[in-house]
Design a protein around this ligand. Structure first.
Ligand code: PRP
Ligand code: URA
Length: 215
């Protein structure tokens, strides 16, 4: 369902018709916060299938009504870490599909002047090395927030990290390739470029504001 491009070896880009269809509704400036929230959650739910493809499993014995057979369970404890605010909407869709996942929160706000991220909340499980961790933020613009979040998670002990986002800018993917070449980023699309205010073009505007009606 996802492909890698030569110019972005660290990214898996989704080219699924349903994701494209839903993302186009999200881009539309007339789409209000209620459908916007539903759409972001639905897209994240669709992306989970690919993002979790390489998750380790362990064999278990299961007794069906007919006989005993070999079954599978996820080997580790999965943790989903949304970057507030906008990551929350995607995390909801992931949890629909994977309700057994734990949730860690990172609050990061990008300074609109300097474009530097500032951390204002960190609430994470202590044993982040107990299984795969999925960093969730729909917008990868300069990559400052994502890079900062990945650095923080690695320092907190994560050893199996991947990121899921909705719209990625080439600038953000490049920064992540430089700062965290070990990390795979799953993105619904790669847009053209950033504008002078650090917004993704064509993008969908400020994801947090559009999701929560604070425009
Ligand atoms: C947005 C977005 C990312 C960040 C991306 O959050 O959700 O966290 O900007 O930009 P970057 O790649 O240049 O760092 P924002 O800071 O606007 O906070 P919000 O979700 O609360 O609106
Ligand atoms: N953050 C957003 O929410 N949107 C952008 O276009 C860039 C950063």
């Amino acid at each position: 369902m996802g492909t890698t491009r030569d110019e972005h070896p660290n990214a898996v880009i989704f080219e699924h018709p349903l994701i494209r269809h839903k993302l186009t509704w999200m881009r539309d400036e007339t789409t209000s916060y209620r459908p916007f929230r539903a759409l972001i959650s639905q897209i994240a739910g669709l992306m989970v299938y690919e993002v979790t493809r390489s998750f380790p499993v362990r064999e278990i014995e299961v007794k069906t009504p007919v006989e005993t057979t070999t079954g599978y369970r996820l080997a580790g404890r999965v943790t989903v870490v949304p970057v507030l605010r906008a990551g929350l909407g995607m995390a909801e869709g992931i949890l629909e599909v994977m309700p057994e996942a734990r949730v860690g929160h990172l609050g990061m706000a990008r300074n609109e002047e300097t474009l530097e991220p500032a951390l204002y909340l960190k609430k994470l499980p202590a044993d982040l090395n107990a299984g795969p961790v999925i960093l969730v933020d729909p917008m990868l613009a300069t990559g400052g927030s994502a890079s900062g979040a990945a650095t923080l998670l690695k320092a907190a002990g994560v050893n199996d990290l991947r990121m899921i986002c909705l719209v990625a800018a080439p600038e953000g993917l490049k920064r992540m390739q430089q700062d965290h070449p070990d990390l795979t980023i799953y993105a619904a699309c790669v847009d053209r470029q950033l504008d002078e205010r650090g917004y993704i073009c064509p993008g969908l505007g400020d994801a947090g504001d559009r999701m929560y009606g604070t425009v």
